[in-house]
Write a protein that binds this ligand. Structure first.
Ligand code: CP3
Length: 343
């Protein structure tokens, strides 16, 4: 069998047609996802049910034949595994018990305890590596320490990550210790996903864009570099995708500085800019605006071709710049895939 397309792109091969998958490809825009989530009871029960989590991971593969499947889970499960309370308010998003003092940090569980909570996730990965089509790559993932910390400190999603920046300013030692704890837990979590069958891992730093200067180096770049170095030492040849979302100029050189094989690009930069400044450093992933999955039509086709053409000279994995939204039309996803594969 020839090697899977995503793995070839991650090794730096320039393919005639970029392989494609989509962030949040298993999600609420799909009626079959909504049905399985209802069967599970709620989102977290779905995440911790290996049979149903594997089922929703497979749904977009069956429907569209994407080149990669991403494990169905959430970046916040690790907070729960470390001892935080976690729940999802319908229509609003995640809620967690907060960590704002050294005492609260010290009350969390030790890193090795995370597997007690996360073992169903590893079982989902094992099922997927057995059940996926042989040409489909299985991607595992975790949140990057800074992004996970912003939720653990604030107890919810925040527009400007204010509470995390406030703790960093008021008590940098406690903040840095929290980043270290999440970094160590993330290494163990991703390593177990790889042992269970994940072929690639992706690190989501959704709020990297609010770190600047030395803070970007200390809390986005260095933790990613540490996680990647340790994973590659334990699993030689493991390809790793980093997503320092909205890093802007911070995208330049990010792969070299962290050891990532691929940098995922959001929509705050143009594909032409990323092709010129980021792609020389290796494979890039992205970056069609997810709004086209809602609006469709000629603009979707034109922008899809623009992204494909901008990245044509180097290694590229086609994706959206961020996750697909619940109001997307599944037919627009099909139009995007047909356009990429026909380009
Ligand atoms: O991409 C995939 O299909 C794999 C599964 C996946 C989910 N979340 C499922 C999910 C992945 C990779 C994530 C990552 C994630 N989760 C991130 C980083 C990527 C990003 O979007 O920036 C973040 C910040 C989270 C935390 C999170 N989970 C939030 C803020 C929310 C609520 C907002 C929302 O979109 O509803 C979630 C919920 C969530 N995670 C859903 C899904 C499918 C929707 C939950 C539902 O079905 O009700």
């Amino acid at each position: 069998m020839t090697e899977k397309l995503i793995l070839r792109a991650l090794k730096g091969e320039v393919l005639p047609t970029p392989p494609i998958w989509m962030m949040r490809q298993a999600g609420r825009y799909l009626p079959e996802y909504r049905a399985t989530r209802a069967q599970a009871g709620d989102f977290l029960k779905l995440c911790y049910n290996p049979e149903l989590a594997a089922e929703v991971t497979l749904q977009p593969i069956r429907r569209y034949g994407f080149d990669a499947a991403i494990l169905f889970a959430d970046i916040l499960l690790i907070c729960q595994a470390l001892g935080a309370d976690l729940w999802f308010e319908t229509g609003e998003g995640p809620r967690l018990s907060t960590i704002t003092t050294r005492a609260e940090l010290d009350a969390l569980k030790p890193v090795h305890a995370i597997h007690d909570t996360l073992s169903p996730v590893y079982e989902t990965v094992r099922r997927l590596s057995r059940d996926l089509p042989r040409e489909t790559t299985l991607i595992g993932f975790a949140g990057a320490p800074w992004t996970v910390a912003t939720y653990m400190i604030a107890g919810r999603g925040t527009k400007d990550q204010g509470p995390a920046h406030a703790l960093k300013a008021a008590d940098r030692a406690t903040f840095a210790a929290l980043i270290d704890l999440i970094t160590e837990a993330t290494i163990e979590y991703l390593s177990e996903q790889v042992k269970a069958g994940a072929e690639v891992v992706k690190l989501f730093d959704s709020w990297a864009g609010s770190l600047h200067g030395e803070d970007f180096t200390e809390f986005a770049l260095k933790p990613a570099a540490r996680i990647i170095a340790e994973l590659k030492a334990r699993h030689p040849g493991l390809p790793i995708i980093a997503f320092p979302r909205e890093a802007g100029p911070g995208y330049v050189g990010f792969a070299a500085a962290t050891g990532a094989d691929c940098v995922a690009i959001d929509n705050s930069v143009s594909p032409e800019w990323a092709a010129e400044h980021v792609q020389p450093g290796g494979c890039v992933q992205g970056n069609l605006a997810s709004s086209h999955m809602v609006t469709g039509g000629d603009a979707l086709v034109a922008e899809t071709l623009r992204v494909v053409n901008a990245f044509r000279k180097g290694p590229h994995i086609f994706n959206l710049g961020h996750g697909i939204t619940p109001d997307a039309d599944p037919e627009n996803v099909r139009l995007m895939i047909d356009t990429v594969r026909g380009a």
